[in-house]
Design a protein. Sequence first.
Length: 120
Amino acid sequence: MRLNLSKRLKELQREVARKEKELARDMEMMLAFPRCKYCGSGHVVKFGTFRGVQRWWCKECQRKFVDNRALPGMKTPKEQVASALNMYYEGMSLNAIRRHYGRCTKTILLIARFMRGGKV
Ligand SMILES: [Zn+2]
């Protein structure tokens, strides 16, 4: 009886160790894989590279995206867009914003128009 219990205990310990390894691997995957820019789903797979930048495919909404901290379809990081818009609405000229960020005036105008709900 005692022999059986110690055998069972060892089996359980091995199973726990295996489960811990599986969990650690899953956590690594979750940290390495980004969330979808469009729907926020974690069901994404690698979708090749373009000019050295990893592209991703969302299995939920069937769309491609790049994990670059930018809004969907844009290259400019979100923080920079928000800051540029803030400057624009505070009355700074488009040329001054362009000089500050090195982005073209058209990008800033398009973002401003988009935020007002107009057509891009
Ligand atoms: Zn998605």
